[in-house]
Write a protein that binds this ligand. Structure first.
Ligand code: CA
Length: 476
């Protein structure tokens, strides 16, 4: 039986922007903690910058102009840490970020602009300040919540080593017993509550592999009862196929795609033929889910794109270009669009620079153009993909959808490349052309349907698209 993709339709057109709320923008200094550090300070594992939901509301127009249309916020519920992956209360917005009303205002501001929002659901573990865990600490095996956790021995101790299972062995983050039916009920209630209360559009599910399929099935059914087109995106670092499908999760973070992209475009250790083979193997693996897998170049858990590219702007732009032209839903980690740098956590969690004089203008301009190109061209969001050239360091492909055509050509090498490509009949030479650098030449003398001669510098990207006629953004 052919498997069908049951993912909400809007996801095909999504361009996701990930925000780490403490670091995006501080819109309300009155909710800052006493020990807040100045914006732009060096991030540590424990410091707070004072970013909040009001700060995001203040920058919704920036995001709209950038062209993204779905925000993903890392956790916003009450928690002791700056990352908030250690939940204390799933039903309370952390007061340093705002209130339920601020979240409602943010959702409304986004929906007014035909943008959506998904929140981070962290169910594999909680904070040691989580009330049910505190009760177990107090009452031991007699606590009605004893079965919610994975206790190895009583009496419970935190030090020197926790006598219960904990995330990364950290006493402050006890693992939830996700096989327990009451815990399933908690997941479902949280999933429903924020859709009903704040009208969010779905969930990104942290460490989704830790939670049994049965729990995700219940969660999926309950959440879709309150919002039929809610998007459920699981965090996975490897093959996510067992978790995807009807009645399960919709999509997964596609770190495998990122690995292949970095091998070819950034580390330059594979050739174009190998890259195409690797990407095709991933598409075969994901089958009908391929077009809605969430491709990304980085997140709060990886070094930043610009740092991985050793601050080579052309490389970063080329990586952004493949992200925004390939099959799969692109996710942009806040700040990558302005060339923010940073190594692994906590380096990758710097505060967003809002003085545009500190931005990498080349990266920002390219990001804005590429994102908006994807928005204007259904071929890039819904089209198929045909590789027309994969030789050595050169890759070129064509995407088509209902008469809309886009061609993308890349030189991932160390020297200029001079090659010919035959344009598809549907690609008119008077359409749009984007060059990653002005020195890129395209001999367009011979006109429609003919051979074109392209000269691309190292890390050069050329994109040609049909003349755009349709609306900028059609809500499906
Ligand atoms: Ca604040």
């Amino acid at each position: 039986m052919t498997q069908k993709n049951t993912v909400p339709q809007w996801v095909n057109d999504a361009i996701i922007y990930q925000i780490f709320p403490d670091r995006f923008a501080n819109g309300d200094p009155s909710n800052d903690p006493i020990d807040v550090v100045p914006w732009g300070s060096r991030p540590t594992r424990t410091n707070f910058f004072g970013g909040d939901l009001k700060g995001i509301i203040d920058h919704v127009d920036y995001l709209k102009a950038l062209g993204v249309n779905c925000l993903y916020l890392t956790p916003i519920f009450e928690a002791p840490s700056n990352h908030r992956y250690d939940t204390k209360d799933y039903f309370q917005v952390d007061r340093m970020l705002g209130t339920t009303d601020t979240l409602k205002a943010l959702t409304q501001a986004l929906h007014n602009r035909e943008m959506r929002i998904i929140l981070d659901g962290v169910f594999a573990h909680v904070s040691d300040e989580f009330p049910a865990f505190k009760d177990v600490l107090e009452r031991g095996a007699a606590s009605p919540y004893a079965q919610w956790f994975l206790i190895d021995s009583y009496p419970i101790r935190k030090h020197p080593k926790p006598s219960y299972r904990a995330c990364g062995g950290l006493a402050s983050m006890p693992r939830l017993n996700v096989a327990n039916a009451e815990v399933h009920e908690l997941l479902c209630k949280v999933g429903e509550y924020w859709i009903e209360t704040a009208d969010i559009d779905g969930w990104r599910l942290d460490m989704a592999w830790e939670v049994p399929h049965e729990a995700w099935s219940k969660f999926s059914a309950r959440v879709r009862d309150v919002k039929a087109d809610a998007f459920l995106l699981g965090e996975f670092w490897g093959d996510a196929t067992p978790w995807l499908g009807r009645g399960k999760l919709d999509s997964s973070t596609n770190y495998l795609w990122r690995d292949a992209v970095f091998r070819f475009f950034v580390n330059q250790c594979t050739d174009a033929q190998t890259f195409v083979r690797e990407i095709q193997a991933l598409r075969e693996l994901y089958g009908p889910h391929g077009p809605t897998m969430v491709n990304l170049l980085g997140s709060h858990d990886t070094p930043r794109l610009m740092t991985i590219c050793r601050q080579n702007s052309a490389k970063a732009i080329q990586a952004l270009a493949i992200l925004l032209t390939d099959i799969g839903v692109p996710l942009i980690y806040y700040g990558d669009e302005v060339g923010l740098t940073g190594g692994n956590d906590p380096g990758c969690r710097k505060s967003m620079p809002w003085g545009s004089d500190t931005w990498n203008r080349k990266v920002y301009e390219a990001s804005r153009v590429l994102i908006n190109l994807r928005r204007r061209h259904p071929a890039l969001r819904r089209g198929d993909l045909e590789v027309i050239l994969a030789e050595g360091r050169i890759l070129a492909f064509v995407r088509q959808y209902e008469g809309d055509t886009v061609l993308a050509a890349f030189n991932a090498g160390f020297q200029w490349e001079d090659f010919s490509i035959k344009l598809p009949e549907t690609l008119n030479a008077c359409g749009e052309v984007w060059r990653s650098s002005p020195e890129i030449s395209l001999d367009e003398a011979s006109g429609r349907g003919a051979e074109f001669r392209v000269k691309l510098p190292p890390q050069g990207v050329l994109i040609m698209a049909s003349r755009w006629r349709g609306p900028c953004w059609k809500r499906v």
